[in-house]
Design a protein around this ligand. Structure first.
Ligand SMILES: Cc1ncc(COP(=O)(O)O)c(C=O)c1O
Length: 281
């Protein structure tokens, strides 16, 4: 079953209009939400970010956020989803093709679920990443449907046998193609500050909370590619990859080449949060 505006229907019965502005212009926003043991993880933060992304592109929600939240939870139930994701997108709707906003179109919400196991192998052993120039626009804070630069960066990583592309604007590391990036030096965790150049990751918010709870100092300041390559630990975070160690960047081994101690501590704290989440519904 999928969610189409307010209604639930079979996936094969849903029709995307060729003049939907999401399809033609990428004119819309989305969220990707993790479900653990049948319970949505960080649901409130995700729907609040969806609302904020919509606001930033002057897109009206098709109906109130409380109802969207309730319908997304129902979608999980109707599909009997235990472990996986919800993908939800809102576009500016259907109108004859013209760049400016249409006068009359109503925004369109589509959401569906994907069954998926947790990325245990990668979070346990760590991944390899490549470096690539960040060629995106200057509103990376908006979780918009325009993902072509991210797609190209991820494809480049794949071509090199890597799992993530760490992007940089000139010498400054911004974020991953679909993740936030951190480095650890002498028990201090560094990550790019929240501004228009990165996405305010929901996992990032939780990780920084857990870091502080565990007594680590957090410095939200940009760092350089050279600093990244010479640091003790690197990790990325995202809804899909959770907290994942990066043990090699391009040809450079990071630290000992094994997941680091601080990363491991944060992963343990994250497990605790997932367990607490699964306990409540
Ligand atoms: C560009 C980018 N940065 C960061 C993230 C991490 O965000 P979150 O933790 O909310 O999944 C994502 C997730 O898809 C992303 O696409």
């Amino acid at each position: 079953m999928i969610l189409f505006n307010r209604g639930f229907m079979e996936k094969d019965d849903a029709i995307v209009d060729i003049e939907d502005r999401g399809y033609q212009f990428g004119d819309g926003v989305y969220e990707f939400i993790r479900v653990y043991d049948g319970v949505c993880f960080e649901m409130e933060r995700h729907v609040q970010r969806l609302k904020l992304s919509a606001l930033k592109i002057e897109l009206a929600l098709p109906y109130p956020l409380e109802d969207i939240t309730r319908n997304l939870k129902q979608l999980v139930e109707k599909n009997g989803l235990l472990n996986g994701y919800i993908y939800a997108q809102i576009t500016r709707g259907v109108a004859p093709r013209a760049h400016h906003f249409p006068g009359s179109a109503s925004s369109v919400l589509v959401a569906y679920v994907q069954h998926a196991e947790r990325p245990v192998e990668k979070t346990t052993h760590g991944i390899h990443a490549i470096l690539t120039e960040d060629i995106r626009w200057k509103r990376c804070d908006i979780k918009s449907l325009n993902l072509l630069p991210n797609v190209l960066a991820k494809q480049l990583a794949k071509k090199h046998g890597c799992d993530e592309a760490i992007m940089h604007r000139g010498a400054t590391v911004s974020e991953g193609s679909s993740s936030n990036v951190y480095m650890v030096e002498k028990n201090v965790i560094y990550t790019h500050p929240i501004n228009n150049l990165i996405l305010n990751g929901i996992t990032r918010i939780g990780v920084l909370e857990m870091a502080r709870e565990n007594g680590f100092r957090v410095v939200e300041e940009a760092f350089t590619v050279n600093e990244l390559l010479e640091t003790e630990e690197v990790f990325i975070t995202s809804t899909a990859m959770e907290i994942c160690p990066v043990v090699q960047v391009d040809q450079t081994q990071i630290g000992s080449g094994q997941p680091g101690r601080v990363t491991r501590t944060l992963q343990q704290a994250f497990e605790h949060r997932i367990a607490l989440n699964s306990g409540g519904n």
